[in-house]
Design a protein around this ligand. Structure first.
Ligand code: UD1
Ligand code: UDP
Length: 363
């Protein structure tokens, strides 16, 4: 079926998960155009380079300290022009970012069908994560094609009244990317620095955690560093300046943590594969870690990705300093438990989600 598909994304996680979809659509001969909103800057461009994707449009909306109002208004205004000139048959958006929500809203205003990749994730709490839970629910009100990564996501959509025939369970496209990024002979100077220690890889950036919750999380982690001389932490920091300020304050004069710039996705995945465990408030990392057999302590109170909680490879530890501290302590002290939960599991498919999505859209 010859359909004109416009793929829209704008942040790091969307790029990591949409680039393989673009390649799959192109390899089936699809007529595909790519529009990036530029909600993120370098973190986004780096991924486009790795996947050799040159966007047809760049809305370049990013500005320092951008608010949710800035992002939403700027995307709506700029994408209207692209949609009216391209007149795509379908617009593909991803997940739960402000880019996804604003682009889907623009399509709704113009009555252009929307395909939603990574549809159906829910915590059931509108403010957690904020604003992502609203964003993904709002896209579901608009979308005509829902690509759910798991059966649980499919059930969430059906509960909300979505028609079963427009929901496709595909797995998560992040596994497609992971199959391409992990390299046996990967080397990096930060990994040389951490060799011989137990490496905790860490990320933290959620808007609802910025401020006190983040300070508390970091205090619990600082206590671990002070107590375990064989532990080193690498923390690639999201470019949000508010996050860096808190990290600098809590981790000052601490030699066994390296606060570094965000890593490109090839590096990050290979750091994950060589870590002892991962501490994060990220969403996507909760999907990647189980397929690498790496335990994750989730520094949030709820997760939209509960699939990995049953086996124990994922554990919610909240943002309290004591619960973060005890979560780490258990993984570091209880070697049997650590061995039991560090098993590779394919909760999100085998790495062919993009191909499935492309086939559904083009055949
Ligand atoms: C966005 C997504 C979130 C995702 C996150 C991580 C929304 C609502 N949230 O949140 O789901 O987990 O991306 O990748 O879309 N900044 C820079 N340089 C950059 C990127 C951001 O300076 O390359 C600054 C922005 O100017 C802003 C802050 O960091 O002040 C936050 O960025 P923003 O895109 O607004 O939201 P994220 O917190 O990154
Ligand atoms: N990631 C990366 N470099 C980093 C940190 C994370 O490439 O320094 C990747 C990570 O492997 C995952 C994605 O970014 O694929 C997660 O994005 P993020 O945490 O920014 O957003 P979320 O998933 O929480 O929406």
């Amino acid at each position: 079926m010859m359909r004109k598909i416009l793929v829209v994304f704008g942040t790091r996680p969307e790029a990591i998960k949409m680039c393989p979809v673009i390649h799959a659509l192109k390899s089936l001969g699809g007529c595909v155009k790519v529009c990036i909103t530029g909600q993120h800057g370098d973190m986004l461009n780096e991924i486009l380079d790795i996947f050799h994707i040159v966007p047809d449009y760049d809305l370049k909306i990013m500005k320092p300290n951008q608010s949710l109002f800035d992002i939403t208004v700027n995307i709506l205004q700029k994408i209207e022009i692209i949609l009216k000139s391209e007149l795509p048959d379908i617009v593909l958006v991803h997940g739960d970012t402000s880019t996804a929500f604003s682009s889907a809203l623009a399509c709704f205003y113009l009555k252009i069908p929307v395909g939603h990749v990574e549809a159906g994730l829910r915590t059931g709490e509108i403010y957690s994560p904020f604003p992502e839970e609203f964003n993904r629910s709002a896209v579901s009100l608009i979308s005509q094609y829902d690509f759910a990564p798991t059966e649980l996501a499919q059930r969430n959509l059906i509960k909300e009244g979505k028609k079963p025939e427009q929901i496709y369970v595909t797995g998560n496209t992040v596994i497609d990317t992971l199959n391409f990024t992990i390299k046996a002979n990967y080397k990096h100077k930060e990994l040389q620095w951490s060799a011989g220690s137990r490496l905790i890889l860490m990320t933290a950036h959620r808007r609802e955690n910025v401020g006190k919750p983040m300070e508390n999380m970091f205090k619990g982690i600082r206590k671990i560093l002070d107590e375990y001389p064989d532990v080193k932490i690498i923390y690639p920091i999201h470019p949000n300046p508010k996050v860096l300020t808190i990290a600098n304050k809590i981790f000052q004069n601490c030699e066994r943590i390296h606060l570094i710039n965000p890593l490109d996705v090839v590096s990050f995945h290979n750091f994950m594969a060589r870590s002892y465990f991962i501490l994060t408030d990220s969403g996507g990392i909760q999907e990647e870690a189980p397929s690498l057999g790496k335990p994750v302590l989730i520094m949030r109170n709820s997760t939209e990705r509960p699939e990995g909680l049953n086996t124990g490879i994922l554990r919610l530890v909240g943002t309290d300093s004591e619960s973060v501290y005890h979560g780490c302590k258990t993984l570091l002290d209880d070697k049997n438990k650590y061995a039991r939960i560090s098993q590779k599991t394919n909760l999100y498919g085998n790495g062919n989600a993009s191909e499935k999505i492309a086939q559904i859209l083009l055949t």
